[in-house]
Design a protein around this ligand. Structure first.
Ligand SMILES: [Zn+2]
Length: 320
């Protein structure tokens, strides 16, 4: 009951446009938390997300809060009014586009409590490197990260860590799509789908399950929804036909490079979304239920059947 009352008060605060103070977080009894499959917690230890443990420290540095909407929060060091307006617009436009594509508004996957995404924005790369590892227990050698946490926990908070570059939040759009994909398309926490990435922030346990993984989809979708048809960096590569579609389904951490994962991932997802939508829907029907064994079977059945068509399609979109 206490939780419900606090939640109600929180909602009223949000509706009233309360934008200057951090709302009192609903207390979570972490000792009662049943762990999601995947996250490493040693026997006898209790999982408490770093951003919960370090809340005070984080608030001292990221001392400003702005609500773009009741489900999108910016917590930041310093941002201009224009940056805030632009960032909020970008996120809300992306959310609208995502729901137009998938028609899942109001229908998150089962056991997903990530109602709110909080973007944590450092003033620049130097501050990001200085603080982000201490605050969020993540590596700092990146351009931003989405931290899904344990979405099956009530009041889990989905966090995005980022920094300003040339007055704009770097990678804001792409990371936000990971949040939407995690909430509306892929069941479970980050470690639930087949993966071979054991790095932070999730530190999924080894050994890696067998491929195919979902990297082609997650990273490709991030780029697709962020850029839609306007992605010259990828479209300039299309005519090279560097990869078969069937190879891209096997994108992984070992063959990770910007062109393959982001540019070619974009081309793979765009092709599938625009030309093989029935296959995407079939795939998502399993992924949304967390039946990842079935997902892998589906991709294996696809095999090389779409390779020739993919290469023909590349010619139609290539920027030469
Ligand atoms: Zn990404």
């Amino acid at each position: 009951m206490k939780k419900k009352l606090l939640l109600t008060l929180l909602s009223i605060g949000l509706l009233a446009g309360c934008q200057t103070t951090t709302p009192t977080p609903v207390p979570v009894d972490y000792s009662q938390i049943k762990l999601a499959k995947g996250n490493i917690v040693h026997d006898g230890e209790v999982y408490i997300p770093a951003w919960v443990r370090n809340e005070k420290k984080i608030n001292q540095v990221l001392s400003n809060v702005h609500y773009c909407a009741d489900n999108i929060v910016l917590r930041f060091q310093t941002m201009s009014t224009q940056d805030i307006t632009d960032s909020c617009k970008l996120l809300k436009d992306t959310e609208t586009r995502f729901h137009q594509l998938f028609n899942r508004q109001g229908k998150p996957v089962l056991h997903d409590n990530n109602n709110i995404l909080r973007a944590n924005i450092y003033a620049g790369r130097d501050d990001y490197v200085k603080y982000v590892t201490e605050h969020f227990d993540v590596p700092s050698d990146n351009g931003g990260m989405y931290l899904e946490g344990l979405p099956h926990i009530e009041n889990n908070s989905a966090e995005y860590v980022a920094y300003l570059r040339n007055g704009k939040v770097w990678n804001l759009n792409h990371e936000f799509v990971h949040y939407l994909d995690g909430r509306f398309n892929t069941y479970g926490d980050y470690c639930s789908p087949p993966h071979d990435n054991h790095y932070g922030p999730e530190y999924c346990p080894e050994p890696a399950p067998e491929p195919p993984y979902m990297i082609w989809w997650g990273e490709g979708l991030g780029e697709y929804v962020a850029h839609m048809k306007d992605n010259p960096a990828a479209l300039k590569l299309a005519a090279n036909k560097t990869f078969q579609l069937s190879e891209l389904f096997y994108n992984n951490s070992a063959n990770w490079n910007t062109k393959r994962i982001y540019r070619w991932g974009y081309l793979a997802v765009r092709y599938m979304m625009e030309n093989q939508r029935d296959k995407v829907e079939d795939m998502l029907s399993h992924v949304r239920r967390g039946d990842y064994a079935r997902y892998q079977k589906v991709v294996k059945i696809w095999g090389t059947s779409m390779d020739a068509d993919f290469h023909q399609w590349l010619d139609t979109v290539a920027i030469k």
